[in-house]
Ligand binder design. Structure first.
Ligand code: ATP
Length: 283
């Protein structure tokens, strides 16, 4: 039986039960088994040639984060349209503005340092779900735009330095970073930055070298190379988890309509208390 009576906000069945501390579903492996990531304590790097499916993976993560309890989104997307659907629920949405990007990264680093002071004061080494602090997920689509294209050389260098700081600090204090680039080259992803990402997803690449830049030196020679992914197999990638062996995956895919539906729903469940009162749905 269906009912036209709106459910009370406290009874909404989707979203409030999700937590970023739970494993996050991102797709299937080559045996059709579901693949989950522990995003909370590991940063994620996705790279590969244009059209390989990186934004699809980013949107999976943004979609889950959007529905998670006590989770905030900080988004960087110079193209605007890839992560744009989530902008209404994001704490910050950085477009083609390097000054804005630098300002946001500086503030994130202040939050991260405050959280470490809090952890130290509580004799702890990392954030736990019971701490009540929000998880802040930073997602950057097309890293290279901020580190090599927009702004002056000095600003680009500052962006890279601040990002390196956030990627180093974020994982234990509930501030994971998810970054994507279509330019898997040493100037965009030096090994010192790449190695701070506990998960690396290599989408289709044009060469063994590009694939190695993402996954790590030597994997292509052992048969794990994203250059063997067919250009028509979008969403396929080699996923490497820290300390493991690359695993072939196919990312789950959300259509634009799916993304906007989830984003609208997330905006509704995150609406301010005043809006709930206006609708007569206050919990
Ligand atoms: N997991 C998937 N399953 C099926 N099709 C996919 C998947 N991911 C992406 N695609 C298809 O590939 C197209 C390009 O994907 P996407 O925009 O995610 O690539 P990208 O690597 O982010 O590209 P760019 O670097 O240009 O932003 C999508 O529009 C879609 O048609």
């Amino acid at each position: 039986m269906t009912s036209a009576t709106p459910a009370p906000a406290s009874g909404v069945p989707v979203g409030p039960g999700l937590s970023m501390f739970d494993p996050l579903f991102i797709g299937i492996d080559e045996f059709g088994q579901p693949v989950y990531l522990d995003v909370i304590y590991r940063n994620i790097l996705a790279a590969g040639e244009p059209g390989g499916g990186k934004s699809g993976l980013l949107n999976n993560i943004a979609g889950t984060a959007a529905l998670c309890d006590n989770t905030r989104l900080v988004l960087f997307d110079a193209k605007l349209v890839e992560l744009g659907p989530w902008r209404d629920i994001a704490d910050e949405f950085v477009g083609l503005d390097i000054d804005h990007g630098l300002n946001v990264l500086r503030r994130l680093l202040v939050v991260a340092s405050n959280r470490y002071a809090w952890l130290l004061a509580h004799r702890r080494r990392k954030l736990a779900p019971t701490d009540g602090l929000s998880v802040i997920v930073t997602i950057i689509d097309e890293l290279a735009m901020f580190s090599t294209v927009l702004g002056t050389k000095a600003q680009q260098e500052e962006f890279s330095t601040l990002l390196r700081g956030l990627v180093s600090l974020g994982r234990a204090c509930g501030m994971p970073v998810v970054a994507a680039t279509q330019r898997p080259s040493w100037d965009i992803i030096p090994a010192s930055l790449r190695d701070l990402f506990g998960y690396r997803a290599a989408f289709r690449c044009t060469s063994l070298n590009s694939s190695n830049i993402i996954l790590g030196q030597g994997w292509a020679e052992q048969g794990y190379t994203a250059s063997d992914i067919s250009p028509t197999n979008q969403g396929a990638a080699y996923l490497l988890a820290e300390g493991g062996v690359p695993r072939r995956i196919k990312a789950a895919y959300l259509t634009d309509a799916d993304i906007y539906n989830i984003a609208d729903y997330a905006a509704w469940i995150r609406r301010p208390a005043g809006a709930r009162l206006d609708l007569g749905l206050a919990a």
